[in-house]
Design a protein around this ligand. Sequence first.
Ligand SMILES: CC(=O)N[C@@H](CCC[C@H](N)C(=O)O)C(=O)O
Length: 373
Amino acid sequence: MSSFVQIRRDLHQIPELGFQEFKTQSYVLTYLQTLPEDRLEIKQWETGIFVKVKGINPKKLIGYRTDIDGLPIVEETGLEFHSKHETEMHACGHDFHMSIALGTLTHFVYHPINDDLLFIFQPAEEGPGGAEPMLKTDIMKEWMPDMIMALHIAPEYPVGTIAIREGLLFANTSELFIDLKGKGGHAAFPHQTNDMIIAACSLVTQLQTVISRNVDPLDSAVITIGKITSGTVQNIIAERARLEGTIRTLSVESMEKVKKRIEEIVKGIEVGFQCEANIDFGVMYYQVYNEAKLTREFMDFVAKRTDVKVIECKEAMTGEDFGYMLKEIPGFMFWLGVESEYGLHHSKLNPNEKAIDTAINMICQYIEYKGNE
Ligand SMILES: CC(=O)N[C@@H](CCC[C@H](N)C(=O)O)C(=O)O
């Protein structure tokens, strides 16, 4: 087993939620201490880390970002190295992302190129978002990369494949939290109450009409309500209900339109069900938009000079706060094939570890070429 597969397995056992990645940060820092000190400059920010790998004759700074947080999921893979944290799991592949980043970083510690490299270990990608605040740090102002790249595992593609496209890769996202307050009471006297379970069910159905009736069919958007909380027992009419979800759109303009329509529908629920409602749009992520020239060059390089197959994919409704970095810095993100039967955010996600060394090798070849231009 390669040492970076072992690192992935170690990290897989200690998933932590956004801005609580203390063990993860400590693990990465401990690993970095095993590398020659004079080759690195390390700066900590919250639970994240910036690592500069020095070049021989730097003309530019090449950035590489990995996210480091896990998800609130109870793991069901049955793997020998399963999560030691009962209620958290690396179910979005950030353990893979980190081990690939460390493998790439290690290569350039021992095989320097001309340019400097900046590795960013970013907390809280799953929320509330670490990329935007990291960009605003003095560290990043001093170490602003000239270009940047990142990857995301893709369970649906085989190992040895990457999928990418110029322009929009991932959607604009916004969280969505709606609280409803009516009047509870005895299950036998509904006429004396304002039942918030009925209001919530109606609201969920009405929200889907925003997609089917307000968004241009040639555009695309998603509203998913992933969680509803309401009620106490079977014979009490619920006074409160809370809906938790997410909105995805292919443009910033569509996001504004969808939000406006949601506000109008929620106002209608207040009148129709004689209740009070509060909407919180939570955290928003800017779209992941791949810079055309660098993306095309990367695709051509990988197709010609490595044994990895490049697929030009469609955009996806996933969100990624790496979008904020790409808004400021030219670069790209790509999907890395890891062929898992279960998908992202699933308790049985089990990516194929062969993808780790394949990715390190491919990324090292590309960075070596870019960093010696
Ligand atoms: C790659 C991926 O799965 N990213 C997450 C980002 C979540 C953003 C935010 N918490 C939201 O739910 O809107 C995704 O769910 O796409």
